[in-house]
Design a protein around this ligand. Structure first.
Ligand SMILES: NC(=O)c1ccc[n+]([C@@H]2O[C@H](COP(=O)([O-])OP(=O)(O)OC[C@H]3O[C@@H](n4cnc5c(N)ncnc54)[C@H](OP(=O)(O)O)[C@@H]3O)[C@@H](O)[C@H]2O)c1
Length: 328
């Protein structure tokens, strides 16, 4: 099969190679998927660049964790009815697995694969893994959001936009922060009830105004350290902050007494290792939600496998709306 890989970490254009590799076989409990789309997420490019490390020590890595395609073989113990089904998948290059989705085929545990609703193309399906499942965890890990107010920081981001849509689906009122008009329009199109420009407005004052001074029950946070003052200013007593990134300030100082006074819950999230049942629930819910109509599955750009360097560089540029997809 054709695949992209790297054998050392570094800049995309220096370390990514494309060529032929043995086509994997489906082992016991596994499915083999003929991949039509591979999602490129920030975590994939950080791993390739050496900016993050889950302790993996592989001689060769096929990057990218998410994907979508068609099952073409099953291993022992897997229902043959899967063959021919359209699917989406996550954790391709995670949890001790070296070979991800930037390839024509992947063989992986059947539990990482879920049926792709007919409403979605493969590119859209490849946006569901990390972005939508992380959003699901952040929105629902602390219980139902029905009737609550949720603040989604970065509501136009790949994760943030799914958090906006899933929180609305869950019955919440959703406020989103954004950095400009195009991102405001994107967050509002996803169902946000209000978009607040965090570069130009006083977010705390605006949230207080929009909530009659009450603040919010939940925050889905893309930059916990950078936005800590906002959380401290708007979180209601007994509220929860779900934190999936903190790139603006990875090591913030927190005011324990103030957070105790709020009875606040700080929930840290790394999708690939949340409890297995929570992951299965996210797969089921995301699939059900995706099939519900009137959904947005933002694809920022599509590249052929030969364009994987450009795809990784576009993710690193931070200048994208949605998920960058490679089509092997
Ligand atoms: N923990 C996990 O399991 C997990 C899963 C997925 C992603 N992540 C991490 O989460 C981050 C975002 O991933 P993504 O795929 O959603 O990236 P993305 O599509 O680039 O979205 C990030 C969004 O956050 C916005 N943003 C950045 N700083 C902000 C701030 N201080 N306040 C409000 N908005 C801010 C960005 O817009 P502006 O810069 O224009 O504001 C952008 O819209 C990355 O660091 C990624 O590695 C973690």
């Amino acid at each position: 099969m054709r695949a992209a890989w790297y054998e050392r970490k570094g800049p995309a254009r220096e370390v990514l190679e494309i060529g032929g590799m043995p086509t994997p076989e489906a082992g016991p409990g596994e499915l083999r998927v003929r991949l039509a789309a591979s999602g490129v997420n920030p975590a994939d490019v950080k791993l390739r660049a050496g900016a993050s490390d889950y302790g993996y020590r592989f001689d060769r890595v096929i990057p990218n964790s998410d994907g979508a395609g068609t099952v073409d073989r099953v291993g022992a113990g897997v229902d043959p009815a899967w063959v021919g089904r359209r699917v989406w998948l996550y954790n391709g290059q995670r949890l001790g697995r070296a070979f991800g989705t930037a390839a024509e085929y992947i063989a992986l545990d059947a539990g990482l694969v879920h049926a792709l609703p007919d409403e979605l193309g493969f590119a859209e399906g490849a946006t569901l893994g990390i972005p939508a499942m992380t959003a699901h965890r952040c929105v629902f890990a602390d219980g139902s959001v029905a009737g609550q107010t949720v603040l989604v920081a970065g509501g136009a981001g790949a994760v943030g936009h799914y958090a906006v849509q899933l929180a609305k689906w869950g019955g919440a009122r959703v406020l989103a922060t954004v950095s400009g008009d195009a991102k405001a329009a994107h967050a509002l199109a996803g169902g946000a009830d209000a978009a607040i420009n965090y570069r130009q407005e006083d977010v705390v004052a605006r949230v207080r105004e929009l909530t009659g001074g009450e603040g919010v029950d939940r925050i889905v946070e893309v930059d916990f350290g950078g936005n800590l003052a906002i959380a401290m200013g708007v979180l209601k007593r007994n509220g929860a902050v779900a934190i999936y990134a903190s790139d603006g300030n990875p090591k913030p100082q927190i005011d324990v007494r103030a957070l105790m006074g709020l009875n606040a819950a700080l929930r840290f999230v790394v999708l690939n290792s949340i409890p297995p049942e929570a992951r299965r629930q996210a797969q089921r819910d995301v699939t059900r939600w995706a099939a519900g109509g009137e959904r947005l599955f933002p694809v920022a750009a599509r590249f052929p496998l030969d364009g994987i360097v450009a795809a990784h560089e576009l993710v690193e540029s931070l200048d994208k709306l949605g998920t960058v997809v490679v089509e092997p």
